[in-house]
Design a protein around this ligand. Structure first.
Ligand SMILES: [Zn+2]
Length: 263
């Protein structure tokens, strides 16, 4: 599943390419016909991202909610673009560019009351400006679950996925098995500021590069695959060489260094 930096990147690119334009919107697959009919011929003002959710803002206060889930994908192109496929859920055509959505778990209209409900279920998103660390602090203080599980819970912090949870906890030297409510003030601060920094870097570059210059073998921009990470899918910790441990936590494989993240 795409992590939050990808979602914010989609929002920025879709706003740049299609924002301010009157769009021809259709649902070739038919599954999003209601949304397509409601916004067809209307101006897309901009696209908002929150956690792993996208909100396409159209004139007349209409919003289309998209969540990619595991298999959702966008395809952006210059007009006239490719023929639609059977799986094309939504097609947005602007003046010069278009965009197709396939395979998303959510692609429907959302009204303000439903949006309030959605936002109430989500924890703070480190990429949304003016979001405060206090909401994360409160959410973690209420939970007895391991912090490694809490960071994947979208109601604790919105937008993190499996790579970031491993790399953020590594960067902060926190054992993922620690009870969420046992974290110190400084440790929560570290999780928050590291999340912000890593997600922001990912949003800009489109890649998750979490290994630091000091720990990498060569230039960061040349790294590929797991070479970009300190512990995620690594055999040895890139900082100290200790074998990386792994186990399933919150249904995903967790990686950590027992030396750099002591219990
Ligand atoms: Zn280590």
């Amino acid at each position: 599943m795409p992590e939050g930096h990808t979602i914010h990147r989609h929002a920025r690119m879709h706003t740049a390419e299609l924002g301010g334009q009157r769009l021809a919107v259709s649902s070739p697959q038919g599954w999003a016909s209601e949304a397509a009919e409601a916004v067809d011929g209307k101006v897309l003002t901009h696209v908002d991202a929150y956690g792993k959710h996208l909100l396409y803002r159209f004139e007349d206060d209409l919003s289309v909610h998209v969540h990619l889930g595991l298999f959702g994908k966008f395809r952006r192109y210059k007009l006239p673009g490719p023929p639609t496929r059977e799986t094309t859920r939504l097609r947005f055509l602007g003046e010069e560019r278009g965009m197709d959505l396939a395979g998303a778990v959510i692609s429907q209209l959302i009204d303000p009351a439903e949006e309030d409900e959605l936002m109430a279920r989500l924890g703070p998103d480190p990429l949304v400006p003016r979001t405060r660390v206090n909401r994360l602090r409160t959410a973690l203080a209420r939970r007895k679950i391991p912090v490694g599980a809490a960071l994947l819970d979208q109601s604790v912090i919105a937008g993190l996925g499996n790579i970031y949870r491993a790399e953020i906890l590594f960067a902060c030297g926190i054992d993922p098995h620690r009870e969420s409510r046992s974290l110190t003030h400084d440790e929560v601060d570290c999780i928050w500021t590291t999340s912000k920094r890593m997600l922001r870097d990912g949003e800009k570059s489109g890649k998750i590069i979490t290994v630091t210059r000091a720990d990498a073998a060569g230039p960061l921009s040349k790294l590929t695959g797991t070479d970009r990470h300190q512990v995620y899918k690594r055999e040895h910790c890139q900082r100290c060489g200790t074998p990386v441990q792994s186990e399933t936590m919150a249904a995903r494989t967790l990686f950590w260094c027992p030396n750099c993240q002591p219990g």
